[in-house]
Design a protein around this ligand. Structure first.
Ligand SMILES: [Zn+2]
Length: 188
């Protein structure tokens, strides 16, 4: 009996030790993975570029087609990149100070939309996305080439609002987007 007890306890102990070591290794591995994921997430937040969403692609295609019917723009096959951001992150991205912007087009980057917007289901939000898609189509268009930077930005905004409101009228909405032109006083 002595020899049986003597053999069994060290064997069990070593088994327990092996299990403990394995459990530690798994925990360390999980911790490394979690840390890497956290750093990646921080990177994305820092650069303001989470992965673009493709969930809105059907809505975007439909809106680009609508813009073609409401203007003389011709939409390319390639869709703009669309990023969803929390409101505060969006404001930090496009405004120098807190602002209530909920959608913005940034040339060569794409369209940034506040996460609270629901363009697939909400008509007002859809009209806001259409406005930014107009800016996407305006980018590099020769009709703005001869203008001064201020006059160009003003003309682009006026046109985007006009097409947005034509869209709202077409879908039977009473809502109209208002263009506040005070920040585009090009005579200053
Ligand atoms: Zn605009």
């Amino acid at each position: 009996m002595r020899s049986v007890v003597g053999d069994t306890i060290p064997a069990r102990l070593s088994l327990v030790l092996i299990c403990l070591v394995l459990a530690c290794l798994v925990l360390i591995w999980a911790a490394v993975l979690a840390t890497t994921a956290a750093f990646c997430a921080q990177d994305q937040v820092a650069s303001g570029t989470t992965a673009p969403t493709q969930q809105l692609d059907p809505t975007i295609r439909a809106l680009l087609h609508t813009i073609e019917t409401l203007s003389d723009y011709h939409a390319p096959e390639a869709l703009p990149r669309v990023y969803r951001l929390p409101q505060l992150q969006l404001e930090a991205k496009v405004c120098d100070e807190p602002c209530n912007v909920s959608a913005a087009y940034v040339p060569r980057e794409g369209i940034y939309l506040a996460e609270s917007l629901d363009p697939a289901n909400d008509l007002s939000d859809r009209a806001a996305l259409l406005h930014e898609l107009v800016h996407y189509l305006q980018q590099g268009h020769p009709k703005f080439a001869h203008m001064t930077p201020c006059a160009r930005e003003r003309a682009k905004e006026e046109e985007a609002y006009a097409i947005q409101n034509a869209y709202l009228a077409e879908i039977g909405s009473q809502e109209r987007a208002v263009f506040y032109d005070s920040e585009f006083d090009c005579a200053r």
